[in-house]
Design a protein around this ligand. Structure first.
Ligand SMILES: Nc1ncnc2c1ncn2[C@@H]1O[C@H](COP(=O)(O)OP(=O)(O)OP(=O)(O)O)[C@@H](O)[C@H]1O
Ligand SMILES: Cc1cn([C@H]2C[C@H](O)[C@@H](COP(=O)(O)O)O2)c(=O)[nH]c1=O
Length: 210
């Protein structure tokens, strides 16, 4: 659906292991899109609504088993989709979302070893076919990400995981990128910030979004 300015809603997600560089570029992109006349919604997962932010706190800090973790993440996603993402897209806005369902397949699926078929069921049930139009995957070796994050903050339940966990998570992202090649754009996040931004900008320009 398009708004009065003739803009159609666009849903862009940003993925990658902790410390891969997503946040560094999301704000810059939001400013760029706004200066091009787009109405931008900046949001994140788990989170993005009052309820989903409360669930985020639990998921990041409260010990729980992988099924509980997956259910809470999808519950948060359901609220986020209904309250924020779907209305914004219907109004012709650009939604920039720091992580979405690919993170669940990467962290809960590949990282924790939770059954992918069950995640696919939850994905269908909760999202009713909704997927990002474009997904930037910041691909970075876990050792480099750990180095970038070292001492930056008190680690949450995911950030406390060993490098081997993040290697599996990164493999999980690679698998998702192979399953959804039409929307995935891999960025070499080990480059300098400017080079990563240039690749991101070029990909959006090629698609007529900048
Ligand atoms: N290309 C880069 N080269 C070197 N350092 C970088 C680069 N991009 C980001 N950083 C730095 O790495 C750290 C992590 O970046 P950032 O917070 O953007 O990652 P993130 O993917 O959003 O992490 P998280 O998912 O854990 O929030 C920050 O200190 C940031 O300044
Ligand atoms: C959406 C989503 C997120 N996670 C994990 C990944 C991160 O470690 C945290 C979110 O914190 P950040 O500020 O984005 O780094 O949650 C997850 O395990 N599964 C998911 O679906």
């Amino acid at each position: 659906m398009s708004n009065t300015a003739g803009h159609t809603g666009v849903f862009i997600s940003f993925e990658g292991i902790d410390g891969a560089g997503k946040s560094t570029h999301i704000d810059t992109l939001a400013a760029r899109l706004r200066s091009a006349g787009r109405d931008v919604v900046l949001t994140r997962e788990p989170g993005g609504t009052a309820l989903a932010e409360r669930l985020r706190e639990l998921v990041l800090h409260q010990p729980m088993d992988p099924l509980t973790e997956s259910l809470l993440i999808f519950a948060a996603r359901r609220d986020h989709l209904q309250q924020v993402i779907e209305p914004a897209l219907a109004a012709g806005r650009v939604v920039l979302c720091d992580r979405f369902t690919d993170a669940t397949f990467a962290y809960q699926g590949a990282g924790r070893g939770f059954d992918t078929a069950q995640l696919e069921q939850l994905e269908r049930w909760v999202q009713q076919g909704r997927q990002p139009d474009l997904t930037f995957w910041f691909d970075l070796p876990p050792e480099v990400a750990a180095e970038r994050l070292s001492g930056a903050r008190v680690p949450d339940r995911f950030e406390q995981q060993p490098a081997e966990f993040f290697r599996r998570v990164n493999d999980g992202y690679r698998a998702r990128a192979q399953t959804h090649p039409q929307r995935f754009i891999r960025l070499d996040a080990s480059q300098q910030r400017d080079a990563v931004w240039a690749d991101l900008e070029a990909a959006l320009t090629r698609r007529g979004l900048l």
